[in-house]
Design a protein around this ligand. Structure first.
Ligand SMILES: [Zn+2]
Length: 531
Protein backbone atom coordinates (compact mmCIF):
# COMPACT_ATOMS: atom_id res chain seq x y z
CA UNK A 1 0.00 0.00 0.00
CA UNK A 2 1.27 3.46 -0.87
CA UNK A 3 2.32 5.52 2.12
CA UNK A 4 0.88 8.93 2.75
CA UNK A 5 3.13 11.99 2.58
CA UNK A 6 3.70 13.82 5.86
CA UNK A 7 5.34 17.25 5.67
CA UNK A 8 7.88 18.82 8.04
CA UNK A 9 8.06 22.56 8.60
CA UNK A 10 11.01 24.01 10.49
CA UNK A 11 10.75 27.31 12.34
CA UNK A 12 14.14 27.32 14.11
CA UNK A 13 15.03 30.58 12.37
CA UNK A 14 11.75 32.32 13.27
CA UNK A 15 10.10 30.88 16.40
CA UNK A 16 13.42 29.35 17.53
CA UNK A 17 15.01 32.80 17.31
CA UNK A 18 12.73 33.82 20.21
CA UNK A 19 14.83 31.65 22.56
CA UNK A 20 16.39 33.52 25.43
CA UNK A 21 20.06 34.11 24.57
CA UNK A 22 19.76 33.22 20.89
CA UNK A 23 20.59 35.89 18.35
CA UNK A 24 21.13 34.66 14.79
CA UNK A 25 23.29 36.58 12.36
CA UNK A 26 22.61 36.41 8.63
CA UNK A 27 25.51 33.94 8.27
CA UNK A 28 23.99 31.77 11.05
CA UNK A 29 20.62 31.78 9.33
CA UNK A 30 22.05 30.81 5.96
CA UNK A 31 24.17 28.03 7.47
CA UNK A 32 21.25 26.61 9.49
CA UNK A 33 18.88 26.83 6.52
CA UNK A 34 21.49 24.90 4.52
CA UNK A 35 21.63 22.19 7.21
CA UNK A 36 17.83 21.89 7.27
CA UNK A 37 17.75 21.77 3.48
CA UNK A 38 20.29 18.94 3.44
CA UNK A 39 18.33 17.08 6.07
CA UNK A 40 15.29 17.06 3.77
CA UNK A 41 12.94 19.40 5.64
CA UNK A 42 10.03 20.41 3.36
CA UNK A 43 9.59 23.98 4.61
CA UNK A 44 12.16 26.25 6.23
CA UNK A 45 10.75 29.42 7.76
CA UNK A 46 13.59 31.93 7.55
CA UNK A 47 12.15 34.82 9.54
CA UNK A 48 9.97 37.89 9.50
CA UNK A 49 10.98 40.27 6.67
CA UNK A 50 10.45 43.87 7.65
CA UNK A 51 10.64 43.13 11.38
CA UNK A 52 14.44 43.44 11.64
CA UNK A 53 17.37 44.17 9.30
CA UNK A 54 18.73 40.57 9.35
CA UNK A 55 15.43 39.08 8.14
CA UNK A 56 14.90 41.83 5.60
CA UNK A 57 18.35 41.11 4.17
CA UNK A 58 17.74 37.35 4.28
CA UNK A 59 14.68 37.75 2.07
CA UNK A 60 16.21 40.49 -0.07
CA UNK A 61 17.94 37.92 -2.29
CA UNK A 62 16.51 34.82 -3.89
CA UNK A 63 18.01 31.87 -1.99
CA UNK A 64 18.77 28.61 -3.73
CA UNK A 65 17.33 25.79 -1.63
CA UNK A 66 15.41 22.60 -2.40
CA UNK A 67 13.17 23.36 0.55
CA UNK A 68 10.18 25.69 0.30
CA UNK A 69 11.77 28.80 1.79
CA UNK A 70 9.08 30.58 3.77
CA UNK A 71 8.61 34.14 5.02
CA UNK A 72 6.52 34.84 8.09
CA UNK A 73 4.34 37.84 8.80
CA UNK A 74 1.00 39.25 9.88
CA UNK A 75 -2.22 39.37 7.94
CA UNK A 76 -3.30 42.87 6.90
CA UNK A 77 -4.09 45.22 9.73
CA UNK A 78 -7.74 45.76 10.62
CA UNK A 79 -9.33 48.73 8.93
CA UNK A 80 -6.81 48.86 6.09
CA UNK A 81 -6.92 47.43 2.61
CA UNK A 82 -4.34 44.81 1.65
CA UNK A 83 -2.71 47.21 -0.82
CA UNK A 84 -2.47 49.97 1.80
CA UNK A 85 -0.61 48.00 4.49
CA UNK A 86 3.19 48.53 4.42
CA UNK A 87 3.84 45.40 6.54
CA UNK A 88 1.90 43.19 4.16
CA UNK A 89 3.50 44.85 1.13
CA UNK A 90 7.01 44.10 2.50
CA UNK A 91 6.00 40.49 3.08
CA UNK A 92 4.64 40.13 -0.44
CA UNK A 93 7.87 41.59 -1.86
CA UNK A 94 10.06 39.12 0.09
CA UNK A 95 11.97 36.68 -2.10
CA UNK A 96 10.30 33.61 -0.64
CA UNK A 97 8.59 30.53 -2.09
CA UNK A 98 5.84 30.60 0.49
CA UNK A 99 4.29 33.01 2.95
CA UNK A 100 3.13 31.92 6.37
CA UNK A 101 0.64 34.38 7.84
CA UNK A 102 -0.21 34.49 11.49
CA UNK A 103 -3.73 35.44 12.52
CA UNK A 104 -5.73 35.31 15.71
CA UNK A 105 -8.24 32.48 16.01
CA UNK A 106 -9.53 33.20 19.53
CA UNK A 107 -12.51 35.59 19.58
CA UNK A 108 -11.36 37.02 22.95
CA UNK A 109 -7.95 38.01 21.47
CA UNK A 110 -9.63 39.49 18.40
CA UNK A 111 -11.71 41.80 20.59
CA UNK A 112 -9.18 42.59 23.33
CA UNK A 113 -5.75 42.46 21.65
CA UNK A 114 -6.66 43.41 18.07
CA UNK A 115 -9.54 45.68 19.14
CA UNK A 116 -11.52 44.78 16.08
CA UNK A 117 -14.61 42.77 15.16
CA UNK A 118 -14.75 39.05 14.49
CA UNK A 119 -15.89 39.70 10.93
CA UNK A 120 -13.06 42.17 10.22
CA UNK A 121 -10.52 39.57 11.42
CA UNK A 122 -11.99 37.00 9.00
CA UNK A 123 -11.89 39.55 6.18
CA UNK A 124 -8.24 40.28 6.98
CA UNK A 125 -7.41 36.56 6.70
CA UNK A 126 -9.25 36.25 3.38
CA UNK A 127 -7.70 39.40 1.88
CA UNK A 128 -4.15 38.47 2.94
CA UNK A 129 -4.37 34.91 1.56
CA UNK A 130 -5.82 36.27 -1.66
CA UNK A 131 -3.04 38.88 -2.03
CA UNK A 132 -0.26 36.30 -1.47
CA UNK A 133 -1.89 33.85 -3.89
CA UNK A 134 -2.07 36.61 -6.49
CA UNK A 135 1.70 37.07 -6.03
CA UNK A 136 2.15 33.38 -6.89
CA UNK A 137 3.17 32.32 -3.40
CA UNK A 138 2.21 29.14 -1.61
CA UNK A 139 0.24 30.25 1.45
CA UNK A 140 0.06 28.99 5.02
CA UNK A 141 -1.96 30.40 7.88
CA UNK A 142 -0.79 29.96 11.47
CA UNK A 143 -3.94 30.10 13.59
CA UNK A 144 -2.63 31.63 16.81
CA UNK A 145 -4.13 30.34 20.11
CA UNK A 146 -6.20 27.89 18.07
CA UNK A 147 -6.74 25.31 20.81
CA UNK A 148 -7.56 27.79 23.58
CA UNK A 149 -9.72 29.67 21.09
CA UNK A 150 -11.49 26.47 20.06
CA UNK A 151 -12.28 25.62 23.69
CA UNK A 152 -13.78 29.10 24.17
CA UNK A 153 -15.62 29.41 20.85
CA UNK A 154 -15.25 26.45 18.46
CA UNK A 155 -17.40 28.02 15.75
CA UNK A 156 -15.24 31.13 15.49
CA UNK A 157 -11.87 29.32 15.71
CA UNK A 158 -12.95 27.00 12.93
CA UNK A 159 -14.29 29.93 10.87
CA UNK A 160 -10.78 31.52 10.92
CA UNK A 161 -9.18 28.29 9.70
CA UNK A 162 -11.90 27.74 7.11
CA UNK A 163 -11.60 31.32 5.79
CA UNK A 164 -7.96 30.69 4.87
CA UNK A 165 -8.60 27.24 3.41
CA UNK A 166 -11.57 28.43 1.32
CA UNK A 167 -9.48 31.29 -0.03
CA UNK A 168 -6.87 28.76 -1.26
CA UNK A 169 -4.28 28.53 1.54
CA UNK A 170 -2.26 25.34 1.07
CA UNK A 171 -2.02 24.80 4.84
CA UNK A 172 -3.96 25.84 7.87
CA UNK A 173 -1.74 25.38 10.91
CA UNK A 174 -3.28 24.91 14.35
CA UNK A 175 -1.06 26.56 16.96
CA UNK A 176 -0.94 25.72 20.64
CA UNK A 177 0.58 29.13 21.28
CA UNK A 178 0.57 28.97 25.09
CA UNK A 179 1.67 25.33 25.02
CA UNK A 180 -0.77 24.18 27.68
CA UNK A 181 -3.00 21.85 25.65
CA UNK A 182 -2.76 18.13 26.45
CA UNK A 183 -2.39 15.34 23.86
CA UNK A 184 -5.92 13.91 24.21
CA UNK A 185 -7.36 17.42 23.76
CA UNK A 186 -5.22 17.99 20.67
CA UNK A 187 -6.36 14.67 19.22
CA UNK A 188 -10.05 15.45 19.79
CA UNK A 189 -9.90 19.02 18.46
CA UNK A 190 -7.78 18.19 15.38
CA UNK A 191 -10.20 15.36 14.52
CA UNK A 192 -13.07 17.88 14.62
CA UNK A 193 -11.16 20.34 12.40
CA UNK A 194 -10.38 17.58 9.90
CA UNK A 195 -14.13 17.07 9.38
CA UNK A 196 -14.29 20.62 7.97
CA UNK A 197 -10.83 20.88 6.33
CA UNK A 198 -9.08 17.88 4.74
CA UNK A 199 -6.24 16.64 6.98
CA UNK A 200 -3.68 16.96 4.18
CA UNK A 201 -4.21 20.72 4.50
CA UNK A 202 -3.91 20.81 8.30
CA UNK A 203 -0.72 21.37 10.29
CA UNK A 204 0.21 21.36 13.99
CA UNK A 205 2.43 23.89 15.77
CA UNK A 206 3.03 22.81 19.37
CA UNK A 207 4.90 24.45 22.23
CA UNK A 208 6.52 22.48 25.02
CA UNK A 209 5.10 24.08 28.18
CA UNK A 210 3.87 20.76 29.56
CA UNK A 211 6.83 18.82 28.06
CA UNK A 212 4.40 17.32 25.54
CA UNK A 213 5.04 19.26 22.33
CA UNK A 214 6.33 16.13 20.60
CA UNK A 215 3.42 14.04 21.92
CA UNK A 216 0.96 16.75 20.87
CA UNK A 217 2.42 16.74 17.35
CA UNK A 218 1.92 12.98 17.05
CA UNK A 219 -1.58 13.25 18.55
CA UNK A 220 -2.45 15.71 15.78
CA UNK A 221 -1.06 13.37 13.11
CA UNK A 222 -3.10 10.48 14.53
CA UNK A 223 -6.18 12.70 14.25
CA UNK A 224 -5.46 13.53 10.60
CA UNK A 225 -3.02 16.48 10.42
CA UNK A 226 -0.33 16.06 7.77
CA UNK A 227 2.15 18.81 8.57
CA UNK A 228 4.30 19.09 11.70
CA UNK A 229 5.98 22.35 12.64
CA UNK A 230 8.92 22.33 15.00
CA UNK A 231 12.51 23.40 15.58
CA UNK A 232 15.94 21.81 15.79
CA UNK A 233 16.71 20.73 19.37
CA UNK A 234 13.31 22.12 20.41
CA UNK A 235 14.59 25.68 20.35
CA UNK A 236 11.94 28.29 21.12
CA UNK A 237 10.79 30.79 23.71
CA UNK A 238 9.88 29.67 27.25
CA UNK A 239 10.11 25.84 27.18
CA UNK A 240 10.64 25.60 23.44
CA UNK A 241 8.82 24.28 20.38
CA UNK A 242 8.19 20.68 19.30
CA UNK A 243 11.62 19.13 18.80
CA UNK A 244 12.07 17.94 15.21
CA UNK A 245 15.22 16.08 16.24
CA UNK A 246 13.01 13.76 18.31
CA UNK A 247 10.09 13.76 15.88
CA UNK A 248 12.06 12.79 12.75
CA UNK A 249 13.56 9.51 14.03
CA UNK A 250 10.24 8.49 15.59
CA UNK A 251 8.55 9.01 12.20
CA UNK A 252 11.33 7.10 10.43
CA UNK A 253 11.94 4.24 12.85
CA UNK A 254 8.68 3.48 14.64
CA UNK A 255 6.44 1.19 12.54
CA UNK A 256 3.23 2.98 13.58
CA UNK A 257 4.46 5.97 11.57
CA UNK A 258 7.07 4.54 9.17
CA UNK A 259 4.58 2.04 7.70
CA UNK A 260 1.97 4.74 7.16
CA UNK A 261 3.95 7.83 6.19
CA UNK A 262 6.76 9.02 3.97
CA UNK A 263 8.73 12.11 4.95
CA UNK A 264 11.34 14.11 3.04
CA UNK A 265 14.19 12.89 5.27
CA UNK A 266 16.08 9.97 3.70
CA UNK A 267 17.70 7.10 5.65
CA UNK A 268 21.10 8.53 4.75
CA UNK A 269 20.13 11.99 6.04
CA UNK A 270 18.78 10.41 9.24
CA UNK A 271 22.27 9.04 9.91
CA UNK A 272 23.49 12.64 10.09
CA UNK A 273 20.83 13.76 12.56
CA UNK A 274 23.08 13.65 15.63
CA UNK A 275 25.72 15.64 13.75
CA UNK A 276 23.13 18.23 12.67
CA UNK A 277 21.81 18.60 16.21
CA UNK A 278 25.32 19.09 17.61
CA UNK A 279 26.28 21.50 14.82
CA UNK A 280 23.41 23.78 15.85
CA UNK A 281 24.56 23.77 19.50
CA UNK A 282 28.03 24.61 18.35
CA UNK A 283 26.80 27.55 16.32
CA UNK A 284 24.91 28.75 19.40
CA UNK A 285 28.03 28.15 21.46
CA UNK A 286 26.25 25.96 23.97
CA UNK A 287 26.89 22.46 25.23
CA UNK A 288 24.68 19.71 23.78
CA UNK A 289 22.07 18.04 25.96
CA UNK A 290 23.68 14.72 26.88
CA UNK A 291 20.29 13.22 27.64
CA UNK A 292 18.55 14.27 24.41
CA UNK A 293 16.53 11.35 23.00
CA UNK A 294 18.16 9.64 19.99
CA UNK A 295 21.07 12.10 19.58
CA UNK A 296 22.38 12.79 23.11
CA UNK A 297 25.70 11.40 24.20
CA UNK A 298 23.90 9.34 26.85
CA UNK A 299 21.00 8.23 24.64
CA UNK A 300 22.61 4.82 24.18
CA UNK A 301 24.82 4.71 27.25
CA UNK A 302 24.63 2.00 29.86
CA UNK A 303 26.21 2.01 33.28
CA UNK A 304 25.49 -1.07 35.38
CA UNK A 305 27.79 -4.07 34.95
CA UNK A 306 24.95 -6.51 34.43
CA UNK A 307 23.62 -4.51 31.48
CA UNK A 308 27.06 -4.09 29.96
CA UNK A 309 27.64 -7.82 29.67
CA UNK A 310 24.17 -8.32 28.15
CA UNK A 311 24.82 -5.51 25.67
CA UNK A 312 28.09 -7.13 24.63
CA UNK A 313 26.15 -10.33 23.85
CA UNK A 314 23.23 -8.66 22.06
CA UNK A 315 23.01 -4.86 21.78
CA UNK A 316 19.31 -4.95 20.91
CA UNK A 317 18.50 -6.14 24.44
CA UNK A 318 18.82 -2.63 25.85
CA UNK A 319 18.23 -0.38 22.84
CA UNK A 320 14.92 0.71 21.31
CA UNK A 321 16.53 1.58 17.97
CA UNK A 322 20.02 1.07 16.51
CA UNK A 323 22.26 4.03 17.59
CA UNK A 324 23.91 4.34 14.16
CA UNK A 325 20.53 4.82 12.44
CA UNK A 326 20.54 8.39 13.80
CA UNK A 327 24.32 8.83 13.69
CA UNK A 328 24.83 8.15 17.39
CA UNK A 329 27.07 5.64 19.17
CA UNK A 330 26.59 2.97 21.78
CA UNK A 331 28.49 3.75 24.95
CA UNK A 332 29.26 1.62 27.94
CA UNK A 333 30.08 3.83 30.87
CA UNK A 334 33.06 3.26 33.01
CA UNK A 335 32.05 4.15 36.52
CA UNK A 336 32.41 3.42 40.17
CA UNK A 337 30.09 0.48 39.73
CA UNK A 338 32.22 -0.77 36.89
CA UNK A 339 32.99 -4.41 36.62
CA UNK A 340 35.57 -6.00 34.37
CA UNK A 341 32.90 -6.55 31.72
CA UNK A 342 32.32 -2.76 31.46
CA UNK A 343 36.02 -2.12 31.07
CA UNK A 344 36.41 -4.85 28.46
CA UNK A 345 33.36 -3.68 26.50
CA UNK A 346 34.59 -0.08 26.53
CA UNK A 347 38.10 -1.12 25.45
CA UNK A 348 36.61 -3.10 22.59
CA UNK A 349 34.51 -0.12 21.53
CA UNK A 350 37.56 2.13 21.32
CA UNK A 351 39.49 -0.54 19.48
CA UNK A 352 41.90 -1.81 22.13
CA UNK A 353 42.40 -5.57 22.19
CA UNK A 354 42.69 -7.08 25.67
CA UNK A 355 42.27 -10.53 27.17
CA UNK A 356 39.77 -11.08 29.97
CA UNK A 357 42.43 -12.46 32.36
CA UNK A 358 45.13 -9.93 31.48
CA UNK A 359 46.36 -8.70 34.91
CA UNK A 360 46.57 -5.16 33.50
CA UNK A 361 42.76 -5.08 33.18
CA UNK A 362 42.45 -5.67 36.93
CA UNK A 363 44.97 -2.88 37.53
CA UNK A 364 43.10 -0.49 35.23
CA UNK A 365 39.87 -1.20 37.11
CA UNK A 366 41.65 -0.43 40.41
CA UNK A 367 43.02 2.86 39.07
CA UNK A 368 39.61 3.92 37.70
CA UNK A 369 37.95 3.23 41.07
CA UNK A 370 40.69 5.00 43.00
CA UNK A 371 40.50 8.08 40.81
CA UNK A 372 36.71 8.20 40.86
CA UNK A 373 36.80 8.38 44.67
CA UNK A 374 38.89 11.56 44.43
CA UNK A 375 36.57 13.21 41.93
CA UNK A 376 37.31 11.93 38.42
CA UNK A 377 34.21 11.01 36.40
CA UNK A 378 35.31 8.91 33.46
CA UNK A 379 31.80 8.32 32.19
CA UNK A 380 31.75 12.00 31.23
CA UNK A 381 35.28 11.96 29.80
CA UNK A 382 35.67 9.27 27.17
CA UNK A 383 39.04 10.48 25.88
CA UNK A 384 40.62 10.67 29.34
CA UNK A 385 39.43 7.12 30.00
CA UNK A 386 41.03 6.02 26.74
CA UNK A 387 44.31 7.75 27.68
CA UNK A 388 44.26 6.13 31.12
CA UNK A 389 43.59 2.72 29.57
CA UNK A 390 46.30 3.11 26.94
CA UNK A 391 48.81 4.27 29.56
CA UNK A 392 48.00 1.35 31.84
CA UNK A 393 48.36 -1.03 28.88
CA UNK A 394 51.59 0.72 27.91
CA UNK A 395 50.65 1.96 24.43
CA UNK A 396 50.99 5.75 24.72
CA UNK A 397 54.34 7.12 23.46
CA UNK A 398 56.00 9.85 25.47
CA UNK A 399 55.59 12.52 22.79
CA UNK A 400 56.71 15.52 24.82
CA UNK A 401 57.23 16.80 28.35
CA UNK A 402 56.05 20.08 29.79
CA UNK A 403 59.00 20.88 32.02
CA UNK A 404 57.58 24.13 33.39
CA UNK A 405 54.74 26.56 33.01
CA UNK A 406 54.09 29.95 34.47
CA UNK A 407 50.93 32.04 34.35
CA UNK A 408 50.75 35.70 35.17
CA UNK A 409 47.48 37.56 35.71
CA UNK A 410 47.75 41.31 35.88
CA UNK A 411 45.07 43.93 36.42
CA UNK A 412 45.92 47.51 35.51
CA UNK A 413 44.62 50.73 33.98
CA UNK A 414 45.40 50.96 30.26
CA UNK A 415 46.23 54.06 28.16
CA UNK A 416 42.51 54.79 27.63
CA UNK A 417 41.99 54.81 31.37
CA UNK A 418 40.07 51.50 31.39
CA UNK A 419 40.63 48.78 33.95
CA UNK A 420 41.85 45.68 32.09
CA UNK A 421 42.93 42.21 33.16
CA UNK A 422 45.71 40.70 31.09
CA UNK A 423 46.78 37.08 31.32
CA UNK A 424 50.01 35.70 29.95
CA UNK A 425 51.24 32.10 30.02
CA UNK A 426 54.77 30.84 29.38
CA UNK A 427 55.31 27.13 28.75
CA UNK A 428 58.58 25.19 28.46
CA UNK A 429 58.25 22.03 26.41
CA UNK A 430 60.79 19.31 25.65
CA UNK A 431 60.19 17.43 22.40
CA UNK A 432 62.92 14.81 21.92
CA UNK A 433 66.16 16.74 22.39
CA UNK A 434 64.59 20.10 21.57
CA UNK A 435 63.70 22.53 24.32
CA UNK A 436 61.08 25.10 23.37
CA UNK A 437 59.55 28.09 25.07
CA UNK A 438 56.19 29.53 24.04
CA UNK A 439 54.28 32.47 25.41
CA UNK A 440 50.71 33.55 24.74
CA UNK A 441 48.11 35.96 26.05
CA UNK A 442 44.58 34.87 26.72
CA UNK A 443 41.25 36.12 28.05
CA UNK A 444 41.89 34.08 31.19
CA UNK A 445 44.56 31.81 32.67
CA UNK A 446 43.24 28.59 31.09
CA UNK A 447 42.86 30.19 27.68
CA UNK A 448 46.40 31.61 27.86
CA UNK A 449 47.82 28.27 28.99
CA UNK A 450 46.01 26.46 26.19
CA UNK A 451 47.31 28.90 23.58
CA UNK A 452 50.88 28.76 24.82
CA UNK A 453 50.82 24.97 25.05
CA UNK A 454 49.59 24.56 21.50
CA UNK A 455 51.70 27.31 19.97
CA UNK A 456 54.76 25.23 19.28
CA UNK A 457 54.94 21.48 19.69
CA UNK A 458 57.76 21.14 17.15
CA UNK A 459 57.34 18.12 14.93
CA UNK A 460 53.90 17.41 16.44
CA UNK A 461 52.47 20.83 15.64
CA UNK A 462 50.92 19.73 12.37
CA UNK A 463 48.84 17.05 14.13
CA UNK A 464 47.18 19.53 16.47
CA UNK A 465 46.62 22.45 14.11
CA UNK A 466 42.95 21.51 13.62
CA UNK A 467 42.33 21.00 17.35
CA UNK A 468 40.07 23.44 19.14
CA UNK A 469 38.33 23.63 22.50
CA UNK A 470 34.57 23.83 22.21
CA UNK A 471 33.46 23.72 25.84
CA UNK A 472 34.98 24.15 29.28
CA UNK A 473 33.08 23.25 32.43
CA UNK A 474 34.15 23.63 36.04
CA UNK A 475 32.63 22.04 39.11
CA UNK A 476 33.70 22.38 42.70
CA UNK A 477 33.37 19.11 44.60
CA UNK A 478 33.04 18.53 48.36
CA UNK A 479 33.07 22.19 49.39
CA UNK A 480 34.83 23.81 52.34
CA UNK A 481 38.57 23.54 52.77
CA UNK A 482 38.55 20.05 51.26
CA UNK A 483 37.23 21.43 47.97
CA UNK A 484 38.64 20.05 44.76
CA UNK A 485 37.95 21.33 41.26
CA UNK A 486 36.81 19.11 38.43
CA UNK A 487 37.38 20.47 34.95
CA UNK A 488 35.83 18.97 31.82
CA UNK A 489 37.09 20.11 28.45
CA UNK A 490 35.39 19.30 25.18
CA UNK A 491 37.53 19.36 22.06
CA UNK A 492 36.91 19.03 18.37
CA UNK A 493 39.18 18.41 15.41
CA UNK A 494 39.19 19.16 11.68
CA UNK A 495 37.12 16.01 10.99
CA UNK A 496 34.32 17.17 13.30
CA UNK A 497 35.14 14.49 15.90
CA UNK A 498 34.45 15.42 19.51
CA UNK A 499 35.92 14.17 22.75
CA UNK A 500 35.92 15.10 26.41
CA UNK A 501 38.81 15.09 28.86
CA UNK A 502 38.96 15.61 32.60
CA UNK A 503 41.26 16.98 35.26
CA UNK A 504 40.85 17.03 39.04
CA UNK A 505 42.91 19.01 41.53
CA UNK A 506 42.54 21.42 44.45
CA UNK A 507 43.99 23.97 41.99
CA UNK A 508 41.81 24.96 39.01
CA UNK A 509 44.83 25.67 36.79
CA UNK A 510 46.32 22.28 37.52
CA UNK A 511 43.00 20.54 36.86
CA UNK A 512 42.66 22.43 33.56
CA UNK A 513 46.24 21.56 32.63
CA UNK A 514 45.56 17.83 33.09
CA UNK A 515 42.47 18.01 30.89
CA UNK A 516 44.31 20.05 28.21
CA UNK A 517 47.22 17.60 28.15
CA UNK A 518 44.89 14.61 27.82
CA UNK A 519 43.12 16.30 24.93
CA UNK A 520 46.35 17.04 23.04
CA UNK A 521 47.78 13.57 23.60
CA UNK A 522 44.49 11.97 22.64
CA UNK A 523 44.61 13.90 19.37
CA UNK A 524 48.21 12.79 18.72
CA UNK A 525 47.31 9.12 19.35
CA UNK A 526 44.18 9.42 17.21
CA UNK A 527 46.17 10.98 14.34
CA UNK A 528 48.79 8.25 14.52
CA UNK A 529 51.62 10.69 15.31
CA UNK A 530 54.94 8.81 15.45
CA UNK A 531 56.66 8.48 18.85
ZN1 LIG B 1 5.12 29.36 18.13
Amino acid sequence: MARERLYLFDTTLRDGAQTNGVDFTLADKLAIAGMLDELGIDYVEGGYPGANPTDTELFGTKRKFHTTFTAFGMTRRPGRSASNDPGLTALLEAKADAICFVAKAWDYHVRVALETTEEENLASIRDSVKAAKAKGREVLLDCEHFFDGYKANPTYALACAKAAYDEGARWVVLCDTNGGTLPHEVETIVAEVCKAIPGDHVGIHAHNDTEQAVANSFAAVRAGARQIQGTLNGLGERCGNANLVSIIPTLKLKPEFSETFDIGVSDAALKKLAQTSHALDERLNRGSNRHAPYVGESAFATKAGIHASAIAKDPATYEHVAPDSVGNKRKVLVSEQAGKSNILAELERIGIKAEKDDPRIGRLLEVVKERETIGYAYEAADASFEMLARRTLGTVPNYFDVTKFDINVEQRINAKGERVTVTMAVVKVKVGDDNMISAAEGNGPVNALDRALRKDLGKYQKYIDGLKLTDYRVRILNGGTEAVTRVLIESEDENGDHWTTIGVSPNIIDASFQALMDSIIYKLVKSGAPA
